[in-house]
Design a protein around this ligand. Sequence first.
Ligand code: GLU
Length: 354
Amino acid sequence: MKEVRVRFAPSPTGPLHIGGVRTALYNYLFARLHHGKFLLRIEDTDQSRFVPGAEEYIIEALNWCGIHYDEGVGKGGPYAPYRQSERKEIYKQYAEQLITEGKAYYAFDTPEDLDKMRERIKDKGNAMAQYDAFTRGQMVNSLTLSALETQQRLNSGEPYVIRILIPENEEIVVNDLIRGKVMVDSSRLDDKVLFKSDGMPTYHLANIVDDHLMKISHVIRGEEWLPSAPLHILLYNYFGWEPPVFAHLPLLLKPDGNGKLSKRDGDRLGFPVFPLRWTDPSTGEVSSGYREAGYLPEAFINMLALLGWNPGTEQEIFSMQELIQAFSMEKVGKSGSKFDPEKAKWFNHFYLSQ
Ligand code: GLU
């Protein structure tokens, strides 16, 4: 196996939820197990969702948990900077490369144009309104405009986005360590925006470019990103880059098993869903954290490790060192794990009594 390099890549849109901590933990365990590197990359290209204090919170939470990273924001490393807003100059050339090669195009549609397109499609009974092979020919983009008009619009500073050109009827295969082979027909994907006229890439472009440049070998992330994986594979193919190995982790579910454990569930159901207390900077609303509730980080980590992974034995108590030795991706389950607040208390009592 080539050098293992994994990353935790949160967006600073709020405090880190325990599901995010578990993703970071599994990345960390995997890196340590394989004597590889674990990176922290901050994905802050969506300026409209930026929350002050979130990045500091993420770093403090990882420190409290004992999930130490080798490279990343606040630490540096050979692929610095690790904060995407500071890498903004890097992405544009990749978007332009795709345009030159006919794999992406400029689109000038206004929000009203897009609304109208959605209406038209809905009228035809198609619930999945998307910018794709069927609609792109009716929109305002460099595929429908002449080269001259496209250039004039760009020169005059008209707002635009760069969209990926999704091929028709191509089978895209995602090989996932947890889910196996996932096959998707490219015609089900839409021409996602890769780059915006504010000079910022979207998540999809920045994520792929950085994983490639930072030599990431395995992408271990939450299942909510599985639907994006075919697009990511396609981008790797378009660039001619070898894709990393993917592993999409099962969701953390509410205690009753009804749906994903959300940021709002915590205090509503009487237990924290955040590692540390968080005060929302705009509303002043306070959400409780495990640290302030008197939990030891060892108990918190032990409890989280077993939500989705099982050692295949009866053993329940694991130190971080024991987790590193016992962890394997093959023993991460496919189905969601119900969060059990009572079990969390049980772990903490155990560690407190030691
Ligand atoms: N920035 C994404 C997030 O907030 C990262 C997803 C990924 O790991 O690719 O979760």
